[in-house]
Design a protein. Structure first.
Lengths: 212, 126
């Protein structure tokens, strides 16, 4: 593994785990406030105030929703953690795109950009390092998110370029002021390592990752 | 005392505002910076509690915008950072010294509110 790839891996790992811990803290904060509100209501009830049943139902619903969201975050974290289990294994590219979209959701949300994984994409299997492929797609997607205007949308799909299986990352809504430029050097380093290539040669800013 | 609470998590902000109001602290809330700016134009807030990370306009930018129009307004920040160290490394220099990490304890928040409103302007930027 080259120094560039090693550094990019560490940056990827730290960015993803920081985002996940942030997301979990936000769920805990919501649940914590619901528990606090229940305590407040119990105190008031003990002191003679009538219980607001409808409000309590809403508290229970909010707790359940946030436990479910936290569970989803932890499941994503677990998939990410196990992506480094094997140096190379057979992976499903469609599932991989879905996982990257989940890992990038917070960055996209903060920019008010939506991510759409093309459900028309046919599933395709390749054998590669899942962790490094996730890293490569994540860098390409992060580059695209930063260049997409708020309110925009980014489509992740599978396709073919010159008979090769390819991952396409395309802005489908308003584009930001910044023109599509070259990819960070780390993307090239990782793609080289995987025997792939990544470029923006499509002309409209679409990033193409040629898988094989 | 009247405060404005701004966080993009509606379930969090609504409930915390309700709890503060139960304790006699008049609290309005907003889930977007633009909404907060509109509310601030219509009401006289002594203090704003702002989430650091929000879409489009984050808490630090929002503080700067509010402070331009309301120089006496005090600020407390909320953050989902995993630790004080990571928060300080990223944001302290930007003027978010008076902060609490989520999940918060309401008594601690109220102590901070009272301290900010009784101090001699130190909490404007502290």
């Amino acid at each position: 593994m080259s120094d560039d790839t090693g550094r990019a891996s560490l940056e990827f790992f730290s960015a993803v785990t920081a985002t996940i811990s942030h997301d979990i803290k936000n769920r805990l904060a919501v649940i914590n406030e619901q528990a606090g509100l229940l305590e407040d209501y119990l105190y008031l009830c003990e002191n003679g105030r009538e219980m607001d049943v409808e409000r309590l139902k809403r508290v229970a619903k909010t707790v359940k929703q946030n436990v479910s969201r936290a569970d989803g975050i932890v499941k994503t974290m677990n998939l990410f953690a196990h992506s480094a289990d094997n140096p190379a294994k057979q992976i499903d590219l469609y599932e991989t795109l879905n996982l990257v979209a989940l890992l990038s959701k917070r960055a996209a949300d903060l920019r008010e950009v939506s991510l759409v994984v093309d459900t028309q994409s046919e599933s395709a299997q390749i054998t590669t390092s899942l962790f490094h492929l996730l890293n490569l797609i994540w860098i390409c997607l992060d580059t695209t998110i930063k260049k997409t205007a708020p309110g925009g949308s980014i489509a992740l799909s599978l396709g073919k370029r010159e008979e090769k299986l390819a991952i396409l990352i395309k802005v489908t809504g308003p584009v930001g002021d910044e023109p599509p430029g070259s990819l960070p050097a780390a993307a090239d380093a990782i793609a080289d390592e995987l025997g792939m290539s990544a470029d923006t040669s499509a002309g409209d800013g679409t990033i193409v990752i040629n898988c094989r | 005392m009247k405060i404005l609470l701004v966080d993009d998590e509606v379930d969090f902000v609504e409930t915390l505002a309700e709890r503060l109001s139960m304790r006699g602290i008049e609290t309005d809330w907003a889930v977007k910076a633009e909404e907060a700016i509109n509310k601030a134009a219509k009401s006289d807030y002594d203090l704003a509690i702002l989430d650091i990370k929000m879409p489009k306009i984050g808490g630090i930018d929002l503080k700067n915008r509010l402070q331009e129009h309301y120089p006496d307004m005090k600020f407390i920040f909320l953050t989902g950072h995993g630790s004080e160290e990571s928060f300080r490394a990223g944001t302290h220099e930007a003027g978010a010294g008076n902060y609490l990490l989520k999940p918060i304890q309401i008594e601690e928040l109220i102590d901070k509110i009272r301290a900010a409103l009784t101090s001699e302007g130190g909490s404007k930027d502290e």
